[in-house]
Design a binder for this molecule. Structure first.
Ligand code: H79
Length: 589
């Protein structure tokens, strides 16, 4: 177990002082463990292993650019013996851990996650559990996890490991290798007991405090996943666990959720999240993939992610000799220059309450709104709709002494922008506002004969109800067990009349039969949760017809009818379709 020298209460006090957002429904103890994750926003992912030596090519077969070169063993069904022989000759003499940690630091990244073992089963550290590791199996004989952990500590970068805990194409009992091993004869329990869990123990005991363990590909059962979680908690209680630790088709476990690889959510969520992304189209190095993202693109992705409350884990794929591809170094250094000037608008900020703007995104911290303009509007005016607060003063982040002219009309704040000082990627303007930044309540509107589409993005949650990620790359509202746990939407009805109400949700077997309430203005529908088959098997149900009698504002609320132990449902959307003479319109599935 590792102790930090800082009082465990320090991050909480800091958090309160800064007024930083904490996702609803999380216990204070969890928020404390999450403090660094919430603050740091930007991390470096490192995918490096024997696959890097192949660089996307095996016996003339090539991994297409834009796809995963670290999957080469599986992709071409390379026999274990041949892959092992290839790894046996791997000698990445140019590897320099300090270069990685210094690059992460120069880029403004605050944590680093290295593949201690990827799906190919090869350990990048000195494992006593399996001799198939970089120290015992290669002429290199150096423990790169150890070297990176020490270099990161010297540079003030939080050190973390990726460990593929289910997939193992080398082990006869691990997952995924069907070309050498007969899946019917696998003893997965033996793999967990004799390789996966013991190797995790080695990583948790041999490399100092870990910021987080990044699991991948999920686990068969919740019970198995809990053994990994328990081991992390037992050995390093402060260490965070990513959401891919458990079964993807059940309730997602872990301290935070990952988007799908390279995923970007449509809107903010009520839980901690991170998106792993590549700098080109592959994680492990491929000599065929030179489609590097530009610094401006990386900056804009980061801003977008942070504006939605997430963290950005950006990957580099070192080459066979251990060198970092020069184009990735160049991009990260440029991003770092931007971060040194604009980091205030990223670190320690929270999701923008207002959402997205045509010209860019925003982040907030305390009583400040950071407006990220991706390009200068042609008329030189930045229009900020939907912000409720009074603006006290506005300036460019780089020139706080030079105040900008601000006016407000029809609820829209307009800022006169300077012609100079524009930055590649994003130019940041600061609004100092009265009070905590808040969005103007903006009703959901309808077009002529168009349905109201009420979903997790345009709705509000209250009580314990949470907007959550799910494995299909979509989002749902979950964690609602009692009547106070609610989702609500404010509508502006422009077309009174009869509306058919449809709902889409997924329900695991345990939730079937629970009662829920849909309030539409004064009308109350009480319904029963029906079976959809699986946790994430969404289905639509017809809830009947209601009359929306008047034009004007109306509120829709959904909540459990009574308190229960189980979650109500994974809510996808509610649709109000006008019933017209021509029949039903605008079906959205
Ligand atoms: O480590 C990186 C990926 O290798 C790993 N996650 C990131 C962080 C990952 N594991 N599984 N997946 C990604 C999804 C698998 C996609 C697949 Fe395929 C589609 C496997 C087989 C078909 C991609 C395309 C790999 C081979 C072909």
């Amino acid at each position: 177990m590792y102790q930090s020298g800082i009082s465990p209460f320090a991050p909480v006090l800091l958090t309160l002082a800064l007024g930083v957002f904490q996702p609803a429904g999380l216990a204070a103890a969890d928020a404390d463990r999450m403090a660094w994750f919430r603050h740091d926003k930007f991390g470096m992912f490192v995918h490096w292993g024997p696959y890097s030596r192949l660089a996307g090519e095996w016996k003339g077969n090539r991994i297409p650019p834009g796809t995963e070169a670290e999957w080469i063993m599986q992709r071409f069904n390379i026999p274990v013996a041949e892959y092992r022989a290839m790894a046996h000759g791997w000698n990445p003499v140019k590897f320099d851990a300090a270069q990685f940690a210094k690059l992460a630091r120069a880029a403004g990244m605050k944590y680093l996650v290295v593949t201690a073992k990827h799906h190919d089963g090869f350990a990048m550290y000195h494992s006593r559990v399996s001799a198939y590791n970089i120290v015992d199996w290669t002429p290199f004989h150096r423990d790169i996890v150890k070297e990176l952990s020490e270099a990161c500590r010297r540079e003030g970068i939080r050190f973390c490991v990726y460990y593929s805990h289910r997939e193992d194409w080398d082990d006869p009992n691990g997952y995924g290798n069907h070309w050498d091993y007969d899946p019917a004869r696998k003893d997965f329990e033996k793999y967990l007991r004799e390789k996966s869990l013991p190797q995790l123990r080695e990583l948790l005991t041999g490399y100092g405090p870990l910021g987080l363990v990044w699991f991948d590909r999920g686990m068969d059962t919740t019970e198995q996943a809990k053994r990994f979680i328990d081991l992390v908690h037992e050995l390093q209680p402060e260490c965070l666990i990513n959401g891919r630790v458990g079964n993807y088709s059940h309730e997602l476990l872990g301290d935070y959720q990952n988007m799908n690889d390279n995923g970007m959510p449509a809107g903010g969520m009520d839980e901690y999240w991170e998106t792993p992304q590549t700098l080109n189209g592959t994680w492990g190095y491929s000599k065929f993939d030179q489609e590097w993202k530009t610094p401006a693109n990386v900056i804009q992705r980061m801003v977008e992610i942070v504006s939605k409350g997430g963290n950005y884990l950006l990957n580099i794929g070192p080459m066979a000799d251990g060198a970092i591809p020069a184009p990735s170094v160049a991009v990260l250094e440029k991003v770092g220059e931007w971060m040194r000037r604009n980091g205030d608008s990223i670190y320690g900020t929270a999701a923008c309450p207002v959402g997205q703007f045509p010209w860019g995104r925003c982040t907030v911290k305390g009583e400040r709104v950071y407006l990220h303009a991706f390009q200068r509007p042609a008329d030189g005016v930045l229009r900020v709709g939907g912000l409720r607060n009074q603006v006290k003063v506005a300036y460019a982040l780089q020139t706080p002494g030079r105040k900008l002219e601000v006016s407000r009309e029809n609820g829209v704040t307009a800022i006169q922008l300077p012609a100079q000082g524009w930055e590649e990627g994003s130019t940041v303007f600061v609004l100092e506002v009265a009070g905590k930044p808040e969005a103007e309540a903006e009703p959901v509107t309808q077009g002529s004969d168009a349905p109201f589409h009420l979903d997790p993005v345009n709705g509000r949650t209250a009580g314990g109800a949470m907007k959550r990620f799910n494995r299909d790359g979509g989002f749902h509202i979950g964690r609602w067990t009692k009547p106070e746990d609610q989702a609500s939407w404010d509508l502006l009805v422009s077309q009174p009349g009869r509306y058919r109400v449809r709902i889409r949700y997924a329900a695991s077997r345990e939730w079937v039969g629970r009662k829920y309430v849909v309030q539409l203005g004064g009308q109350r529908l009480e319904k029963t949760v029906e079976a959809t088959g699986e946790w994430y098997a969404y289905q639509s149900f017809d809830l009947g017809v209601v009359t929306l009698a008047r034009k004007g504002p109306m509120r829709v609320v959904i909540h459990p009818a009574e308190a229960g132990k189980e979650n109500l449902m994974y809510f996808g959307w509610l649709l109000l379709e006008p019933e017209t003479a021509s029949g039903r319109l605008g079906r959205i599935d």
